[in-house]
Design a protein around this ligand. Structure first.
Ligand code: NAD
Length: 281
């Protein structure tokens, strides 16, 4: 199933199942250092037009993300800020507390999207109840999960009152997981890509070198555009000004259907990050 969603510009959005508009292009800040590094990354990104920032408690940079948001040239309401509850904080009360702590570091009143970072066995349903509470109390505009395979989602949905609005997964041409993607589309769960650039390894692939020549775009621009044309939200990470700007220059071209099909068929179930069915943290 290929989604036909309209892609317009860097501020464009996909509508979540509760009606909230989520910018489909954002800045990832995993491994961006707290302080000047992440503050500058956010300012450069917002100046380039980014409206979505993806952090997590475990990234240890929520203070800097909050500063970047406060110091950038755009009102808070125009930004879409995402954070995640870390594994050791999962459970009902502990998640509520972790949320308060994240919000204090971010210096925000309302978060746009809060995610369960990993499906911690025996815990994620209680964690989800806490997210439902935060959502009902309007402390967060949307709630979702990350690294949830279909069986985790089926299990969660068997008791959930709110269907997750988003599932953020490792996603790139070597890990498409088309069945999971189709399942999420069918349930109204917006799919989102982490490590869209294969954590930097995509730059060595010949297919991408060839497409880069064909379209006269960088390899990063090709793969990020491929995400969006698949209907998948994407959050490339960089803390370098030039790359932050150039990664977002993907709204002046379109990947042809035959190249989309070819790239989707490159899937080889290859992960560069941990396996959601077998992680020990
Ligand atoms: P990524 O695929 O975005 O790759 C980032 C790497 O590519 C960095 O080393 C960066 O310096 C390099 N890079 C970026 N743009 C480049 C360019 N134009 N040319 C050359 N090199 C370039 O990897 P990521 O950081 O793992 O993923 C993106 C974001 O996804 C993270 O920052 C984080 O917000 C999120 N994430 C979430 C999870 C999760 O479990 N939910 C896991 C990993 C990452």
């Amino acid at each position: 199933m290929m989604q036909m969603k309209e892609i317009t510009d860097i501020k464009g959005t996909f509508k979540l199942h509760n009606g909230v508009e989520m910018p489909y292009f954002g800045l990832g800040v995993y491994l961006s250092k707290d302080g000047e590094e992440v503050v500058n990354a956010i300012k450069w990104a917002v100046d380039a037009g980014y409206r979505h920032i993806d952090t997590a408690a475990i990234y240890n940079n929520e203070d800097g993300v909050g500063r970047g948001i406060a110091e950038c040239n755009t009102p808070r309401e125009e930004l879409f800020v995402v954070s995640k509850v870390w594994n050791t904080d999962q459970g009902f009360d502990t998640t509520l507390k972790a949320f308060d702590q994240s919000m204090e570091r971010l210096n925000l009143d309302v978060l746009d999207l809060y995610l369960v970072h990993w499906p911690v066995n025996g815990k994620y349903k209680d964690t989800w109840r806490a997210l439902e509470r935060l959502y009902n109390e309007k402390r967060v505009r949307a709630i979702g999960v990350s690294n949830f395979m279909q069986h985790h989602l089926d299990d969660l949905l068997s008791t959930a009152k709110v269907v997750p609005m988003v599932n953020q997964m490792e996603f790139h041409p070597y890990l498409v997981q088309q069945e999971l993607l189709d399942y999420c589309i069918a349930k109204g769960i917006q799919y989102e890509a982490w490590s869209p650039l294969m954590q930097g390894k995509i730059f060595k692939l010949d297919t991408f070198k060839a497409l880069s020549k064909k379209y006269n775009k960088t390899i990063a621009q090709i793969v990020l555009r491929w995400d969006l044309q698949n209907g998948v939200i994407t959050i490339p990470k960089s803390s370098k000004k030039e790359r932050i700007i150039s990664n977002s220059d993907i709204f002046d071209f379109e990947i042809a259907t035959e190249d989309m099909t070819y790239l989707n068929a490159m899937d080889r179930s290859k992960r560069f990050g941990p396996d959601p069915d077998n992680f020990d943290f």
